[in-house]
Design a protein around this ligand. Structure first.
Ligand code: KG4
Ligand code: ZN
Length: 335
């Protein structure tokens, strides 16, 4: 068998384990989601998440190995997310990975969660040529990242307040849609008019690749409050479509601006919000006009999963980039 990596991901509310051979042959990717538990609180409760990871991590790893038809002794390395994320949640995966690496006497590989999201693209497209530009949009991050070569990340811009996914979740909550809000707004938006309501777009200073979504979130709240006060009926589909369009336009404009500034022709999307249909479509449309190509992972590899961690781990394995058994969870780990 080729180089066989076990990936483990527990940074937020998904306990996941995956087995990946030679960086492309995904033998298993088990995801145990806690969404149903956190739903009733309207968001992830960190302490509950840690406890559930603790219950799930062992069965999920066993299931991933079983499904892959791989015995623990066949593993060449164990790769695990060690940040950024919820510290108690991360610790569960890190402890499990350390125990396995130590007992099997194989290298331990620490993976940055964002590097994992970006690497989901290499699972589907292992031949992508550098340099690349990646827009990483998730529940915790909105980062524009330049990759001059494999394993090299230069942060061009980031959110100054809410992350894109966070804005989706908060707006969905204020519309009474439930959690997580991104997929619900995405679905509603398909039947709405994105021009119906004019929401603000925050481009910040000229030339800045940073993002800001809190003003937009407040504008939606004001719109909802006003309608309530006046007893006006709101069209939820139009509201979802108009809000989504305001987020997506800024994300896409800044990404295209960055390709011009840096001279990159290939764009990747990553993170949970990369599943958004409106974002995928507008980015493809604008990129085509700018002479750029766009790649994105399949929907099930956009949100949190261990396959992407195993993939990032594979390339670190090839470089001999191993972690000591003293590896710790780092909740604010930068890319
Ligand atoms: O990457 P991810 O699973 O977790 C983090 O690392 O944060 O991203 C989760 C985020 C949530 O905010 C969720 O609402 C958003 O991704 N999301 C979406 C869609 N699917 C998930 N946002 C917009 N449209 C979607 N289709
Ligand atoms: Zn994530």
């Amino acid at each position: 068998m080729g180089i066989t990596i076990l990936g483990i991901e527990t940074s937020c509310d998904e306990t996941s384990a995956a087995v990946l051979v030679d960086g492309v042959d995904l033998r298993s990717n088990i995801i145990s989601s806690q969404i149903e538990i956190h739903k009733k609180f309207g968001g992830v409760v960190p302490e509950v998440a840690s406890r559930k990871h603790l219950e799930n991590v062992h069965p999920v790893i066993i299931e991933a190995l079983d499904k892959a038809g791989v015995a623990p002794v066949d593993l060449d390395a164990v790769a695990v997310t060690y940040g950024p994320g919820l510290v108690g949640a991360l610790l569960v995966g890190v402890a499990a990975a350390k125990a396995m690496a130590y007992s099997l006497d194989v290298p331990l590989i620490g993976v940055n969660h964002l590097e994992g999201h970006i690497s989901a693209n290499f699972l589907a497209q292992p031949d992508l040529q550098f340099p690349l530009l990646c827009l990483v949009v998730s529940g915790g991050h909105s980062d524009l990242v330049y990759l001059p070569s494999r394993g090299e990340y230069k942060l061009l811009g980031r959110t100054r307040d809410d992350a894109a996914g966070e804005a989706f979740d908060k707006v969905a909550r204020s519309m009474g849609l439930g959690y997580p809000g991104g997929p619900l707004i995405d679905k509603l938006a398909k039947n709405g008019n994105p021009q119906a309501i004019q929401f603000p777009r925050a481009y910040l200073e000229e030339g800045s690749f940073d993002f800001s979504f809190s003003g937009l979130k407040s504008a939606v709240l004001n719109y909802l409050n006003r309608a309530k006060m006046l007893n006006e009926e709101i069209n939820k589909a139009d509201l979802a479509a108009s809000f989504q369009r305001a987020v997506v336009e800024v994300l896409v404009e800044k990404t295209i601006m960055a390709t011009r500034k840096i001279g990159v022709k290939t764009i990747m999307l990553a993170g949970g919000v990369a599943a958004n249909q409106g974002l995928r479509e507008l980015l493809q449309e604008r990129a085509a006009l700018a002479g750029c190509q766009v790649f994105f992972p399949p929907i099930n590899l956009c949100t949190d999963n261990a396959a992407m961690i195993a993939c990032a781990g594979y390339y670190k394995y090839l470089r001999g980039d191993f972690a000591p058994l003293t590896l710790n969870a780092l909740p604010s780990l930068p890319l």
